[in-house]
Structures are given as structure tokens and as C-alpha cells.
Design a protein. Sequence first.
Length: 130
Amino acid sequence: MIGNSFFFGGGFEVLFFMMFILVFGVIIVNIIKGIGQWNKNNQSPRLTVLSKVVSKRTAVSHEHHHNAGDITGAHGSYMTTSTTYYATFQVGSGDRLEFQINGSEYGRLAEGDNGRLSFQGTRYIGFERQ
């Protein structure tokens, strides 16, 4: 009987609605967390401390995209790659702080560099070599 089926009897619609709410909820939570971190960084004092670059690392992510076809009817795929750069600094107290930095800043820093690290909360502002 079609009326009692999972797809037409309401089960699918309820499950679809619940999944939609779940995905929407995760997106909203992530937006709120991002705004909260941004606000917390803005409320934090800007600090400049003597520090040493103790390590650098990268995180590379690959995404494979499928092309279902264009106006010519061609099919295929393409890949995108993104790299996120990080540097870890050790301050006078011995604490280590890791910040996400841009690629050009990553290229300028060398492990063992000493200088003045400027930051605000979890936001990297800059490093001035001495």
C-alpha cells in the first residue's frame, strides 16, 4: 500500500526535515562560534612580547570536484588544493603559542628567529625580527 510506505507515508518527510534542521543547526552553531571568537579577539588587548620562532608547519587539503558536463557536453573533473600555514612561537615564560599566518609571512619566518611577536587573542598581528 502506498499510503503506508516509508516514502509516502510521512517517515521520509520527517527524516528529511530532521536532517535539514540538523545541518542548518550545525551551520548556525559554527557561525555563532566564529563571531564569538572574533569578538573575543577584538576585546583582548594587543600584546607584543619577545619570542622565538620554534616551529613552522603547513596543512594541505585537496578537494576533487566532478564536472557533470558543460555546454559542449564534456565531462571530467578537477582538483583544488589549499594550504594553511602555521608558526609556533615560544615566549619568555616558556609558553608556546601557535598562530595561523599567511603564506608570505610563512616564507619570511625561519625557525630560530628571535624578535617581537604581536598578537591579539588568537589573532596573529606580526613578528619583527631583532
